[in-house]
Each structure stands twice: as C-alpha cells, then as structure tokens.
Design a protein around this ligand. Structure first.
Ligand code: IMP
Ligand code: MG
Length: 185
C-alpha cells in the first residue's frame, strides 16, 4: 500500500514543483532585495514549499511560522480563523511575505493579512504555491502564484486530508471514495 494509490490523478509532479519554486524564488529575490523580509509560513501545509522556495531566494530573509485554522479537518471552509500558534517575532516595521500552500476562499489569508497589518507590518505580501480562484469568497489576489488549479480537493506536498498525505512528494486529486468513506465513519 502506498499513498499515491489513493490519488485519482497526479496534477503536479515533484519536478514541476521544484521548477515553480525556482521561478517564484527569483521573483521574490528581485522584489525583496535589501528589504530583509520576514517570510511567514502558515503551518502545517507550507512546510515542504517554504523549505524549497527559500533555497531559491539568494538574498537575506528571516523565517517565522504561524498556525491558523479555518478548516477544522474537513473539506468545507468555515468563516472564522483561529490562531493556534503565534509568531515568535515582531512584524512591526517589517516587510512580511506570507507563504501558503493554497489559497481557496481567500478568507484565511485575508484575516492573517489584516492581523499582520494591525500589528504594524510595513507591507504584507502573499506567495502561494497553488491558487484555486474558483473557490474565492473574498477579493484577494496573491502577489506570487505558483500555479492555478481547477476546483477540486487536492492533497500532497504539505496539503492534507484530515492530517494525512502531507508527505506525498507530488500534488494530486484524492479519489472520491477516500473522503466519502472517512466522512461517513
Ligand atoms: P481558504 O481560507 O479557503 O483560502 O483556505 C485555505 C486553507 O484551506 C489552506 O491553507 C488549506 O489548509 C486548506 N485547503 C483549501 N483547499 C484545500 C485543498 O484542496 N486541499 C487541502 N487543503 C485545502
Ligand atoms: Mg493550510
């Protein structure tokens, strides 16, 4: 039994993710040179992406993490965001760049952006590996987008279904029977 067997199909291979990360890293490097930005990864989904992305930013950056939740483990977005784990550093006067695995409704990012601005960040940008614009509920356009994906629930490379599949090295669509089976339990 391996994890990839649970996928309906692979959408983005590991090699493609590395290429996307290189391209985004160079864009961020160009825009944030001399700014010493604070990269803020949203746990836990950001982990493989931020790890790859930062290797392609050849200028000074600092790193911090936050854990917020809007999903509570299911497949439908809810309206509120809870801070489960806060930053260790101050964002006051900093150029911050939120690193996210996927922007769907955009609500999570919007609330985190507002929070960081109210704490005094100078600028708050967003870099996301995946963008699912079909799910958007608020007006939000990430500054850096890896790739746009169609509607549908995806897992892998940090993205989970009930905390599983984060360790898949590619991104794919989960077979429907996997989550209907689990939701029905
Ligand atoms: P938003 O607030 O609806 O934009 O939700 C963003 C968060 O929802 C992401 O950080 C993910 O944790 C989760 N999410 C949204 N779509 C998916 C998906 O297709 N697979 C796994 N997680 C998802
Ligand atoms: Mg997430």
């Amino acid at each position: 039994m391996n994890l990839q067997q649970d996928l309906e199909k692979v959408l983005i291979t590991h090699e493609e993710i590395v290429e996307i990360s290189k391209r985004m890293g160079k864009e961020i490097e160009r825009d944030y040179r001399e700014k010493n930005p604070l990269l803020i990864g949203l746990l836990k989904g950001c982990i493989p992406f931020i790890a790859e992305l930062m290797l392609h930013i050849d200028t000074h950056v600092e790193l911090d993490f936050m854990d917020v939740s809007s999903y509570y483990g299911g497949t439908k977005s809810t309206d509120s965001v809870r801070v489960l784990k806060d930053l260790g550093s101050s964002v006051k006067g900093r150029d911050v760049l939120i690193i996210e695995d996927i922007v769907d409704s955009g609500k999570t990012i919007q609330l985190v952006k507002e929070m960081l601005s109210s704490r005094g960040a100078t600028t708050v940008g967003v870099a996301t590996l995946l963008d699912k614009p079909s799910g958007r509920k608020v007006e939000l356009e990430p500054e850096y987008i890896g790739t746009v994906i169609p509607d549908g629930f995806v897992v892998g490379y940090g993205l989970d279904y009930e905390e599983n599949y984060r360790n898949l090295d590619c991104i794919g669509i989960l077979k429907k029977e996997i989550y209907t089976k689990r939701d029905g339990e």
